[in-house]
Design a binder for this molecule. Structure first.
Ligand SMILES: CC(C)CC(=O)Nc1cccc(-c2cccc(CN)c2)c1
Length: 232
């Protein structure tokens, strides 16, 4: 997160850190007791290694009473996701067991109505991604407030030039923005998860490349279907 601030400890108890070999790779959000939603791009460069999911954390390094690392039983990428585009950039992770919910570990409701967030709406992103262009990594969860940018404007040059689909949304990225390591985390508008951070143009804090998020409401059927199928 560029240009943001340290979140209040455990004020965002739905936040997940996706870890490989004990290192933070991507963010995620707890959407059900046994399911974390994240971004499909986070599985690149995994080289067959496995994810673990850290819940209940504020600091990545310090021991915290409610911090717990969960093994992943299943990782389900959206079938439409691919490395060339930002399309369908969603990943569902089934935890090895149901998460123990508490004041520090809570489910975040996501938007189920497939209606665009009005441009200008102030939303929040959070994550343990880079806090500088030089790639500084925070130990404590960071957050930033960003206004939604209309798809119509976001699709113009010099912005994303007609690559933003109805299943994506944009936020202004001047100075304050998401960055590497924030992928997979939530964009929260009025207390509801509306988006999942995608790497987009893989640049940060440049007003010409607004932040791109996958619109969760456009994938409700897929999300419900994957979770239901695992219950059978
Ligand atoms: C395996 C993946 C983690 C590789 C990857 O994501 N790289 C990468 C590099 C530079 C910026 C970003 C990035 C992420 C989230 C938001 C943004 C821009 N808002 C950029 C992402």
């Amino acid at each position: 997160i560029l240009g943001g601030s340290t979140a209040g400890a455990h004020q965002r108890p739905y936040m997940a850190s996706l870890q490989v070999d004990g290192h933070h790779v991507c963010g995620g959000l707890l959407i059900a007791e046994q399911w974390v939603l994240s971004a499909a791009h986070c599985m690149e460069d995994m080289k067959g290694k496995t994810f673990q999911v850290l819940l209940g954390a504020h600091s990545l390094s310090q021991p915290e009473p409610h911090k717990r690392l969960y093994a992943v039983r299943a990782a389900v990428r959206h079938p439409g996701s691919n490395i060339e585009t930002n399309d369908d950039d969603l990943l569902l992770l089934q935890l090895e067991e149901k998460a123990t919910l508490s004041e520090h570990v809570k489910i975040l409701p996501f938007q189920r109505q497939d209606v665009d967030v009005p441009p200008g709406t102030m939303c929040e992103a959070a994550g343990w991604g880079f806090t500088s262009h030089s790639g500084r990594k925070p130990d404590e969860l960071q957050q930033v407030e960003r206004p939604v940018k209309s798809r119509e404007e976001c699709n113009r040059r010099p912005y994303h030039d007609n690559t933003i689909t109805d299943k994506m949304l944009c936020t202004d990225s001047r100075k304050k923005d998401t960055c590497k390591g924030d992928s997979g985390g939530p964009l929260i508008c009025n207390g509801v998860a509306e988006g999942v951070v995608t790497a987009g143009a893989r640049v940060c804090g440049n007003y010409k490349k607004p932040g791109i998020y996958t619109r969760i409401a456009a994938y409700v059927d897929w999300i419900d279907g994957v979770m239901a199928a695992a219950e059978e």
